[in-house]
Ligand binder design. Structure first.
Ligand code: CO
Length: 172
């Protein structure tokens, strides 16, 4: 990044030497370059902050059955499908349920909600956080505040997946 800025400055200097540039034009150019640099830096800082990596594969598995996090903290869960299969046949999502929600009943209902990305519209009050459904090679993320201390169920709500694809989020 610094190198390209130096080259830009050098190019401007050459133009000035040739006598076709005023001091005012030079300042405008420098301001424009700064504006393009700043957002890129801010973005990379936001991604690193409190991120948890969760993966799922073509064998219908999460790579973690237990996720330990700090109660009350805001986290970003980055969810990656490491397989190759299309989301229509091996779709995965991450759904975190509130305490006391019947996992089996929720799963049955979610399987029928294909038009809503397997998130039933009348169950949203039972969900603490969820991602969209992704296919092989895709990555998505969800930002949420970890609930109060306790153990919470998470699952993939794609039809028939929760039998294998489920785990516990432990807020400590
Ligand atoms: Co799945």
């Amino acid at each position: 990044m610094r190198k390209s800025l130096n080259i830009t400055a050098l190019a401007l200097a050459v133009v000035c030497v040739l006598g076709s540039c005023s001091g005012g034009q030079n300042e405008n150019k420098a301001t424009a370059v700064d504006n393009t640099v700043e957002p890129a830096v801010a973005k990379s800082e936001a991604v690193d902050e409190n991120a948890i990596q969760l993966e799922a594969n073509d064998q219908m598995q999460f790579n973690m059955q237990e996720i330990k996090v700090k109660a009350g903290e805001e986290i970003t869960l980055v969810f990656k499908h490491t397989g190759k299969m299309d989301k229509s046949i091996m779709g995965h999502n991450f759904v975190l349920l509130k305490k006391g929600v019947d996992l089996a009943a929720f799963t049955q209902k979610a399987a029928l909600a294909k038009d809503h990305d397997y998130i039933p519209a009348d169950e949203t009050s039972n969900i603490l956080a969820h991602t969209k459904v992704i296919g092989g090679g895709e990555t998505t993320s969800v930002k949420f505040t970890v609930p109060a201390q306790g153990t919470y169920d998470f699952l993939c709500s794609f039809p028939a997946h929760a039998a294998l694809m489920k785990g516990k989020l432990i807020a400590e």
